[in-house]
Design a protein. Sequence first.
Length: 311
Amino acid sequence: MKSIILKDFGSVENLVYTDLPIPSINDGEVLIQVKAISINPVDVKTRVGKGRAAKLKEENPIVLGWDVSGVVSSSKSDLFKEGDDVFGMLNFPGHGKAYAEYVAAPANHLALKPANVTHEEAAAATLAALTAWQALIDHAKIKKGDRVLIHAAAGGVGNYAVQIAKHVGAYVIGTSSAGKRDFVFDLGADEHIDYTSQAFEDATGNIDFVLDTIGGENIDNSLKVMRKGGTIISIPSGQNDAVAEKATAQGMIGYPIMVQSDGKEMKEIAALLESGAIKSHVSQVFEFSRMKAAHLSLETGKTQGKIIVRV
């Protein structure tokens, strides 16, 4: 099968196209013929030697990627049968091996793809959507009427977070550049803050929950707009280690999270996609032969919605 291996940590030139054997599957797994892959900042961070690099450095070969949508070609699980369209985030934070034509996947990391979404749209709604779901629903347990501030609201995690928060009934304030203002409102946000023209801490307040996808001083400034007892969840690894200490010192709750593969929650996301409560916004689609270009596009940090690679 066609695949891409990471021969060493570094530039996109270390993404090498090769043929690998089609993986065998164990009990509880399915073999997926991959139709679409979603790439995320963690893919880029891991490629350069950060992210999940320490976890994967002993693997040989290293095959990046965690987000897939495709067709079950064989199954050793009662959950799915041959021919089922499925999608999910595989083995995160372990070795996903998604940059390939076929991938062996734990069946309990997957959900059936709704018929009304494409493989590209389904692949998009995996790591990013699960991160938003786990932050807002599992951890923060946001509820109707909560004032929710979502940073980088037009980005991969942010755009799903806005939609999920609105589905719950929260009042949503999203930050982005001015050029993405209309997109953020189209997602359902009640307010937009252009972080390039004004400090968000001067533009809002009395926030119940903050989803921080930036880290660093963004955490300090977010605490300024939160109510006492409010919660901030921070996602960027390496820039959010002090979030709990900083929040506690001001009478608030703060902690970092790392998303985990979870098929039951993928089913929740599938239901939202099927009902139209959330939609995937795919900004760019690259062919598998252009994975390097997809990485370079993601590295700009200016992505609106999600970048997909078609296999």
